[in-house]
Ligand binder design. Sequence first.
Ligand SMILES: C[S@@+](CC[C@H](N)C(=O)[O-])C[C@H]1O[C@@H](n2cnc3c(N)ncnc32)[C@H](O)[C@@H]1O
Length: 304
Amino acid sequence: MFESEKTSLSAPGGGPPQTAPGGPSLPETGGNSAAYDEPGGARRESRTADREARAKGTADAREGRRLLFPEGPAADPAGSHHERRIRSFRPRRGRVTVGQGEALRRLWPTWGLDIDGASRLDLDQLFDGLPVILEIGFGMGEATARMAAADPGTGILAADVHTPGQGNLLALAERNGLTNVRVANGDAIILLREMIEPAALAGLRVFFPDPWPKKRHHKRRLIQPEFIELAVTRLRPGALLHCATDWEPYAEQMLEVLSACPDLENTQPDGGYAPRPPFRPLTKFESAGLGKGHVVHDLTFVRR
Ligand SMILES: C[S@@+](CC[C@H](N)C(=O)[O-])C[C@H]1O[C@@H](n2cnc3c(N)ncnc32)[C@H](O)[C@@H]1O
């Protein structure tokens, strides 16, 4: 059974700490990491621990020490590229719970990856030869972890800039004994352009990318001709490019951009939207959109 963030934090069945094949033995997640789901006293304790951790972080910062998770993701790897470029995201360090911070500190050195644009990745080595799908913008990572659990024969390279989500996904991966997930911190455009070899990916997923609804922000939307031109070069023939959105005008833009790319073929003979594939779990943003009465569109295209 998939252990979500709402379920117990101990190893499944209350068993011993999980061992990641090919990786180190991982100590049990514990302490105050259940910041969101524990009722009453436990939640209060957790809030106190949160406050203490924040106070410690502030004190450290005052003393010039840059930590909260010293071995965790670098502060702003996307910013280190000094590119004057319109970004598809807002920097989102966000508020990290004690549990997420603990997961980042402990698990990042093994399962994390800073997008520094410095070198090409050896995906075969990173995922023990598994075919690899890149997911851009996993948010809190619940859907990512579910898909990874359902398909252990595929490696998931999950990229986002959202620090709490990175901690959450690492914790979910550990709790579910997943060894086919790597969490990448930074701008996925740099990851694609500088760090992934041509034709290296077996798939690309972009689920509910920021819709940037204001007209003056449309240029920040991820799915644009330039991005797709780059992305298709990193897909191997037959790879699936899968996008989903609940923002109708963005869905129309996606359909137009993807249909115009000569290296992509729509899986739908009518050239339209795809039925929701059963393997895509409900995502956090999707359920928020559905709650507002939005209609969700999936788009599935194959690299020729
Ligand atoms: C609207 S959220 C959707 C999250 C998740 N897929 C869901 O459906 O719940 C979009 C996410 O994409 C991330 N994002 C946007 N542009 C990105 C980029 N260039 N590289 C990495 N992450 C990006 C944002 O930080 C954000 O977490």
